[in-house]
Design a protein around this ligand. Sequence first.
Ligand code: PMP
Length: 391
Amino acid sequence: MSVDIFERCQSYDSARTAREAGLYPYFTMFAGRDATTARLGDRDVIMCGSNNYLGLTSDERVRAAARAAIDEYGSSRTGSRLLNGNTPLHEELEQELADFFGTEAALVFPTGHQTNLGVIEALLSRHDVVLIDREAHASIYDATRLSPAKTLRFAHNDVADLERLLLRCPPDAGKLVVVDGVYSMGGDLCPLPELVEACRRHGARLIVDDAHGVGVLSKGRGTASHFGVAAGVDLITITFSKALASVGGAVLGSAVVIDYLRHHARSQIFSAAAPPATVAAALEALRIVRVEPWLCQQAIDNAAYVRRELGRLGFPTVPGSAPIVSVPTGELDQTLVMWRTLLEHRVYVNPVVPPAASPRLRASFMATHTQDQLDRTLAAFVQMRDALVAA
Ligand code: PMP
């Protein structure tokens, strides 16, 4: 008897059930720009569900740079950088990124997800061991699936557990540790100085995915700079799809390793180059971070205000120093009801449910949120709680 692999599609009904209950939270359609308010149907809502931490996707300078790149280079290079897709813009961005982060070199990829896939897979052989934080981003999990190395997972932010696993690795195995700088679902930072020390002690290489730290922490220079341990981190992977107001990714490190990756990272070699407009937007956003570092602090301060006030109002929050405020909720259904009730009160946050992370509401803040918007967001949380108690 043959098995029809589409059978699992026919029996998949979670999305339909959620839609029927009016609790389907995905693929919401927003009109207009990604700013502190968003147009949802015929209503404006306060946007606390975007990673546009500095508010730069709407910045006139960023939009002008993207337009100029389209005029000069067209809409796409329609090919990989290795062959016909490379432009002076890609290389300018690499040079400015390396200069900003103080590394010898950088390599730009079409997305942050592809950066992690390409870098991690290219570096590992079947004799190696890769050790990742249990709460590492999905792209790191995906990269370990592509790689032939043995994968071990250590408890979240638990350096003692990492060391226990490092001690179990065969003495002749190459070892790579991969963590997030800032965990996207909790907004908590990794214990980077201790991780650097553990890697040094055990002869392991260390990669930090700093998607949510770059452009925010330490005047935009990210988690390694925040902790003052940049020299102890072997490679940093970043994305342009958050503070840098674009789409794309990059890896930063020594010239030798970056040159190797340039010629071995499959997700870069076998995928079309990031379009000129997105590269130009990221480059302009980076230049703005350099000259307006107060934007980074404003995003952090806005989130810190909401985190502190939510705590005062009796909401649990995950401690953190990034522009992410994570509010644990308990149950999946309850999370969706809370999300919908907040939306009824005109505040859009992200509902997070397993397997992404334990159930929670994830609110993220921009440098451009006004005090009034922050206070209205807090008021909506209180109204949401009152509505649920009354129900
Ligand atoms: N790493 C982390 C920690 C992320 O949060 C994300 C995006 N959610 C990525 C990598 C992937 O980035 P991109 O959107 O550029 O593919």
